[in-house]
Design a protein around this ligand. Structure first.
Ligand code: AMP
Length: 396
């Protein structure tokens, strides 16, 4: 797979698929611009070679064509600041306006196209739509790892119109390289920490990890299904009733494969799902009726932290509790701190797949772990061993 480092963009119009699907508040201000900042090095490389960049992205999930709320016009001034140069805007991603603006771009200039998902052809992977987009540039760069698991027009289908001039941007390249570091030739002990709400979302990755890790730590909402399956009382805690057999199977599989499986031994419980709930700490499996487990307890933290600190490779996916509420952020915070310490002692740590990345950034540890993935679902699918259409399209 070619990367931007292997290409000279001088005189080229680079069509770059970025992931600018950023969160906006009700005043259309960007509340987290991580994805924009991440794209800066790729764009700078193109411009400093003497090329120009045409940026294409989606924003949100518009259902019925153009919708003001999902217009990428809201982020133009932020982009101008982030790139340190004026960013032009095309009010459509295909058509006369986009074509004219793209063709009049001078080296060093940037053009942002309107939201790709204003056309349903984008998500359908429509070939004719992809071809129209492709005409805007003469080289294709994909830097949107977060959508690489989708065979959309701009993320995969378009690549066929650039048989040789297609490549990864720095974000995509780093995401793949770092994901590989927890899949092959890892330093041991290797510990995976899986949390979040549902086992059903994580089952494939957990099964794959059982072939790779030495320790598997399970926390978060999904741990209650394990507890219930083993005969515990879980009160109103999150339960996937139909996944109890699966939980028992995973426990057995871990045993068979010699993987040490760590489940919570105590929980912080709440009398309602609320930041100001009354709380208590109980042994796992003994959650009273009317209460729900919203975080791991102090004994569990001690157990988990010890395992993490002694690891040489660490993958963390999914918070150990409802970290969005201060009272239930303790488990996730303690794990994040342990990961930072292990990293300082030479471990490789990858945080990724949605909310654990948000948790690490919320605690201010984003810079102190080896890599925070922006990939979400794409990272999970990559870890599960699936072929990502956006990656496959750049190969060959
Ligand atoms: P996921 O997207 O599957 O990684 O799940 C992340 C979400 O799981 C976060 O919003 C957490 O608040 C939530 N979560 C973590 N632990 C619990 C728990 N014990 N009970 C309910 N929700 C939880």
């Amino acid at each position: 797979m070619k990367t931007v480092d292997q290409y000279n963009f001088s005189g080229k119009r680079a069509l770059v698929r970025v992931d600018f699907n950023v969160p906006l508040n009700e005043r259309f201000e960007i509340t987290d611009d991580t994805r924009i900042r991440a794209a800066v090095p790729t764009i700078k490389k193109i411009l400093s070679d003497g090329g120009s960049a045409i940026l294409m992205s989606h924003l949100g999930r518009p259902k019925d064509g153009p919708t003001d709320k999902y217009s990428l016009k809201h982020i133009v001034s932020h982009l101008t600041t982030a790139f340190g140069t004026e960013v032009k805007f095309a009010t459509d991603c295909i058509g006369a306006d986009a074509t004219e603006l793209a063709q009049s771009l001078a080296p060093g200039q940037i053009l942002l196209l309107e939201n790709l998902r204003f056309y349903k052809e984008e998500e359908k992977g429509d070939v004719a739509f992809a071809e129209k987009l492709s005409k805007l540039g003469n080289v294709y760069v994909n830097d949107a790892f977060g959508t690489a698991h989708r065979a959309h027009a701009s993320t995969a289908i378009i690549a066929q119109f650039f048989p040789t001039d297609k490549m990864t941007g720095y974000v995509m390249q780093a995401e793949i390289e770092n994901a590989k570091k927890v899949l092959d030739n890892v330093d041991r002990p290797y510990t995976a920490i899986m949390g979040g709400s549902k086992i059903s979302d994580k089952i494939l990755i957990i099964e794959r990890l059982l072939d790779k890790v030495d320790n598997l730590i399970i926390g978060g909402g999904m741990s209650h299904t394990f507890s219930k399956a083993q005969g515990g009382s879980i009160g109103n805690s999150l339960l996937e009733a139909d996944k109890q057999d699966l939980a028992l199977e995973l426990i057995q599989k871990a045993k068979d494969k010699g993987v040490k499986l760590y489940l919570p031994i105590d929980n912080v419980i709440a009398d309602k799902f609320s930041p100001d709930a009354n709380t208590d700490v109980v042994t796992t499996g003994q959650i009273p009726d009317g209460w729900e487990g919203l975080d791991v307890g102090p004994k569990t933290i001690e157990l988990f932290v010890d395992v993490v600190k002694n690891s040489k490779t660490i993958l963390w996916n999914g918070p150990l509790g409802v970290f969005e509420f201060e009272k239930f952020a303790g488990g996730s915070k303690a794990i994040a701190e342990a990961i930072v310490e292990a990293t300082q002692n030479g471990a490789f740590s990858l945080i990724g797949g949605g909310d654990s990345a948000a948790a690490v950034n919320q605690f201010g540890f984003g810079e102190q772990v080896s890599y925070v993935s922006t990939g979400g679902g794409a990272l999970l699918e990559y870890m599960e061993g699936k072929t990502l259409p956006g990656v496959a399209a750049l190969e060959g």
